[in-house]
Ligand binder design. Sequence first.
Ligand SMILES: Cc1cc2nc3c(=O)[nH]c(=O)nc-3n(C[C@H](O)[C@H](O)[C@H](O)COP(=O)(O)O)c2cc1C
Length: 198
Amino acid sequence: MRQPVELHHASRLINHGPTVLVGSAHGGRRNLMAAAWSMPVEFTPPRIAIVIDKKTFTRELVSASGGFAVSIPGRALLDATYAVGSVSGRDLPDKFSSYGIASFDGPVLGQPFATDAVAWMECRLIPEPHTEDAYDTCFAEVVWAAADPRVFDRGRWSFRDDNTELHTLHHLGGGNFAWPQRSEQATPLAPTIQPPRR
Ligand SMILES: Cc1cc2nc3c(=O)[nH]c(=O)nc-3n(C[C@H](O)[C@H](O)[C@H](O)COP(=O)(O)O)c2cc1C
């Protein structure tokens, strides 16, 4: 079956990777926002791209400090994630304390993480002056990372029935989230048509 999708909803077909929390701090202020749009862009050194709207308070702090902290929330932070994505830190004294979100400072850049997340990446902003006016996308190098071994171990996620509270959140739009439920090892299909012999 195929039904047309309105183009303004097209990005939702591919943007249900884990929603993250972007922590930022500069000049005595700190902040946290939700971001559903992020992706890896380079292997070594590890680099990511993340969309941080130029109008957000987060973007102001990130540009000023040159770094940010990405916390990857599990289900325990479902409502907090939606909350910090629905109000600007310009309108609150501090989103961490306003919403009772425990925090710790990143070991490399001192950027603020959400303690109760399931994984954490501290990122150094890669200045891209020629794109800054045109795009909301920020590129950054990951300089430190950690994860809860109950759900991410030996370099991969493990989503099981006994750790559903630690499953990552995937935003589907309008405050609606899904979580993975189960991970399964694939066995590669054997091709049924072999390449011709040379
Ligand atoms: C689930 C969710 C995902 C979001 N994803 C993004 C995103 O990828 N990029 C972005 O710029 N804003 C995104 N937002 C909106 C920001 O989180 C929102 O504008 C926030 O209030 C900005 O806060 P700040 O002004 O304190 O930085 C998202 C909001 C929600 C609820």
